[in-house]
Every structure is written in C-alpha cells, then in structure tokens.
Design a protein around this ligand. Structure first.
Ligand SMILES: Nc1ncnc2c1ncn2[C@@H]1O[C@H](COP(=O)(O)OP(=O)(O)OP(=O)(O)O)[C@@H](O)[C@H]1O
Ligand SMILES: [Mg+2]
Length: 256
C-alpha cells in the first residue's frame, strides 16, 4: 500500500508537485496520466524516496518514511522495483546478469536459487531463450520485458513503471499491458506512469490525472471518459488544440 498525503515538492525554482494525495491499496494497479512535464516521473521518484517532499507525507505499507534517513530506506526500497522509461539495462551484462543483478547484490540467495528466479522471471515475460544475450541484441520491446523480469526477480511486491510502452509498436504495447495485468493477478501493487490512453484503459483499476503538478482527476477509466473537465477533455481529445498557437505557447515544457 502506498499513501501520499498532501505532498508538495519544489525542484530548483519550480513548484513541481502541489497538494498530491493519492493512495494505492495492496494489489491495485494505479495509472498516472498526464502530459509531458506534468510531474509523473517526479511522483515515482517521491514514492521511491529519491525526492523528499517539502510538505506532506509518504507511507509505504503503513510505515511513514517521509523523515526516514537515507540509510534506513534500503529495506523499504527492497519492497519496490522500478521499470525505467528506457529499460535501463547494463549494456555490458547479459540478460541473466541484468535480471539477477539485485539478487546477487543482496547476497541472500544461493547461486542456484538466483538462477531459478532469473529463469522463472524470464519465462514469465516469454524470454527464457534470450538468457545469454546481450542488451544490444534485443529489440526495444524485448528490453522492456527484460526490465519487467528484473523487477519480478527482485521479489518486489510494489512495481513502478515509467512509460513502459513508450516507443513500442501496438503488438509490443499490448504485450506489456498483458504482463502488467498478469502481475496484478499475482497480487503485485503497481503504479504505471503513461501518456498512452490505450495502455491506461487496459491496465488501470483506477486512474489519477496530473496537470501542471496538481491532481485534476481520480477515478476509474469510465469516470475519466465521461469527465467534462476541459483539461481532461483536451488530453483525451487533443485534435482541436495541437495546431492552436496559444496551446503551442503554453506547452513550453509544462509552464506552471
Ligand atoms: N531536478 C529537477 N530540477 C528542476 N526541475 C525539474 C527537475 N526534475 C523535473 N523538473 C521539472 O519538473 C516538472 C515535472 O517533471 P517530470 O519529469 O516529473 O514530468 P513528466 O510528467 O514525467 O514528463 P514526461 O511525460 O515528459 O516524462 C518539469 O517541469 C520538469 O522540468
Ligand atoms: Mg517522465
């Protein structure tokens, strides 16, 4: 369970998050939608404990970690895994080493147990055959799946995704959505940041929408579709705005 309450965050001169309150119950998949620069990645970084809010609190599984010292965050962080925007694999390591990296680093399991966990995770994403390959030999979609296998192998019960389908074709996009759905059925708590509506509708139990650092919506996909809020409508149906010169000016990297 993840609970953010009234979180405010300034980075540099910019008020990046304003009054963010959201909670993700255990086993739920929450999608965070929003345009470029709206603050989505920043929210994931707050959840991971990488940014400390100026105000407000963050609870992971009921434990308030807002003021926890860096060195005491290790145990909480081990319950979470992040699937990064560009998959973020180590180029000089094989798929096996990439997926097992965190387990080797933790040093708690035998080599045989790590190998089993790596194989099981790769099998889950349909890539057991690629275990000895190098990242450079993989397509973008395969890399993303290796990133998911790595999160799964780490044993994390909370998985955060930053744009898991960006740059993928429709079939690979659908495949990633399917994996997120399967992980949901395994009881994993998930936060999926995306601006891809098709992915959002496929995987979300509930959706949060962020606009200029503020939450402008919280609800299920149906409620989002029927919202009359103009900022939500222009996100869902951008055609009217994308050649509008005022919108061009205002979109200068998410001016607050
Ligand atoms: N370290 C930083 N210092 C100053 N400003 C930052 C920093 N990181 C992010 N920002 C600003 O915070 C805002 C939100 O950034 P964030 O990366 O969370 O957006 P996003 O919603 O993930 O966008 P995208 O969809 O493009 O990935 C942006 O205006 C960005 O310029
Ligand atoms: Mg981002």
């Amino acid at each position: 369970m993840i609970t953010l309450t009234d979180v405010w965050l300034t980075l540099g001169e910019r008020q990046v998050l304003k009054e963010i309150s959201l909670s993700v119950p255990a086993g739920e998949t929450k999608v965070i939608l929003g345009g470029s620069g709206s603050g989505k990645t920043t929210i994931l970084r707050v959840i991971l404990g990488l940014y400390r809010p100026d105000r407000g609190s963050l609870l992971i599984d009921g434990q308030d970690i807002t003021a926890t010292r860096e060195r005491n965050l290790t145990e909480v962080r081990q319950r979470m895994a992040m699937v990064f925007q560009g998959a973020a694999l180590f180029d000089s390591l094989t798929v096996r080493e990439n997926v097992g990296y965190r387990l080797w680093e933790q040093g708690r399991l035998s080599d045989a147990m790590i190998e089993k966990s790596v194989r099981d995770s790769l099998q889950f994403v349909g890539l057991e055959y690629a275990i000895d390959k190098m990242p450079a030999e993989l397509s973008g979609g395969m890399k993303k799946r290796v990133g998911i296998a790595r999160a799964l192998a780490s044993g994390a019960r909370i998985i955060l995704y930053d744009e898991p389908t960006a740059g993928l074709d429709p079939i690979n996009t659908c495949m990633i959505s399917r994996l997120i759905q399967l992980l949901k059925s395994k009881g994993v708590t998930q936060v999926v940041v995306t601006h891809d509506l098709a992915t959002a509708y496929r995987v979300a139990d509930r959706i949060v929408m962020i606009h200029k650092g503020r939450m402008i919506f919280e609800g299920n996909p149906k409620e989002l579709q029927s919202s009359a809020d103009p900022d939500i409508r222009s996100f869902l149906e951008p055609d009217g705005q994308c050649f509008d010169s005022e919108a061009f000016a205002a979109s200068e990297i998410g001016e607050p």
